[in-house]
Every structure is written in C-alpha cells, then in structure tokens.
Design a binder for this molecule. Sequence first.
Ligand SMILES: [Zn+2]
Ligand SMILES: [Zn+2]
Length: 285
Amino acid sequence: MEQQMHYGSDYKFIPATSIGSGVGIDVLPDIYSYTIQIVNIILIGNTQTQDYVLIDAGMPDSAEEIIELCNNRFGKNSRPKAIILTHGHFDHVGAIIELINHWGVPVYAHNLELPYLTGQKSYPEPDPTVEGGMVAKMSPFFPNEPINISDHVEKLPEDGSVPHLPEFRWIHTPGHTPGHISLFRDRDRALIVGDAFVTVKQEYLYKVMTQEQEISGPPRYLTPDWSSSKQSVQKLEALKPTVAITGHGLPMSGDLLTNSLYRLVEHFDDIAVPDFGRYVEKNKH
Ligand SMILES: [Zn+2]
Ligand SMILES: [Zn+2]
C-alpha cells in the first residue's frame, strides 16, 4: 500500500533570513544557484531543452517559490527530471513533499541517508552549546525528526553515477550526516558541495544575514562526526575544484577557492572544529 508522505512532527517554518534570500546566481551557463532564506537550491540543466535536475529542496514552506522559480527559468509547467538530495536536513528537504506531489518526480539520496528520509531515524539533536553565535543558539528549534517519503526516494546508483546528470558523479562526503554527498563534474571541475563545507560561518547570525564570504567547515550545531568531516573535506580538496557551490553562503571559485580549501584542510581543527560543544570532545584529536 502507498505510504502517506509526512514531515517530522517538529517540522515548522523557521524565521531566519539573509540578504541573499530570493536571489539567484548563474554560476555557470547550466548551473544556477538560488537562495531560499538561508539555504541554496541548485538547478542544473539547459534552459533551451528544459532538461534539468533540482539539487536539494529548500526550507519548510518554500515549495511555491521553488515551483515558480522553475517555471520562470525553464518554462511554465516545466518539471525537473529528478530531485537529488545532498542530505536530509530540514533545510534541504523543507519543501520536498509538496514538490513530489506537484511534479511526481523521483528523489535520489545516498543509501546511508535513507533512514532519515523514510521515518526510521532522527538526526542527533542540534547542539546549542557549541562554540558559535546566534544561529547555533537558535538550533534547538530546528527540526531533526525524520520525514517519510519512502515510496518516492531511491538510493543513488552504487557506481557513482547520478541519474539524469550524465556528466556528474556523486562523492560520499560523510561527517555532517552519514549519507552526505557532493556532486562533481570532471569536465570543468564544478563541485556541488552540500554542507560538507560552506562559505559562510553558518553559526553566526550577522554573517548569515550579510553572507560575508569565509570558508568554514560544515555547520557546527548539526555536525556530529568531525573526523569523517575532515576526511570528506580532504577528499573534496583533492579534486581541485574550480568552482564550488555550497549549501550555505555564496559560490566560491578560482584562486580564492583553491587557497581557502587548502587552508581549511591544513587547519581543519582550528577553522572547522568548534573548541567546545556536545559532539566535540570524543572526536577532536
Ligand atoms: Zn545540513
Ligand atoms: Zn544546510
């Protein structure tokens, strides 16, 4: 029998925003990044052929905005071929159920992320005690219970290919969540990062609001595994991306990206790992 889709019982609109909210950037001719409040969704595809894929599904209550965005960019009543999730945090799946209902398209995520998308497992509680600012303090209000889209989500192919994005491969970048992925295109070394690292200090409200560009590890209040997180950043740095689009903050490219990523890898424990917090002691070494 069809299972009813539902969000977690703690699902709610989060009143946080940034100056980037509602702004889109053509990062590359076929890659468009758009900010919903404080998180980025990405559209990959050619506007001529209407052949496109949506990466991540925004904040709670943002479905109408996402659908309108797609209609404006790809034509009225256009729909993506699929939705690919970098991970299942509330700010990346916030509108997923309305989008599935509206478009009827498949959703893909990493095998290890499926428990959080099929009602089986909650994410660890966000850590408001972590070193950081106002957003970290607000984080107990963030939903962490699993959503259930069991009948609509499929695991990504084992061979690293990405359905409907033949030039891309997915890369397992755990740490922030167990089944976190990034997407990489070898041809131009374009990297869709998710939250494996971000370009804004996501814990600090004024930095989120102004989107001040500064490389950072994954958002601290929601990252339970810092040693995997470090390995994931090393893996991404080794790809030598030319442009990186992160789940939070502005896209980064060129020398700024190369140098920032190198610095993040070299000084990961100082830059990324918080000095204190619930998930730190057992992992920091
Ligand atoms: Zn996240
Ligand atoms: Zn996020």
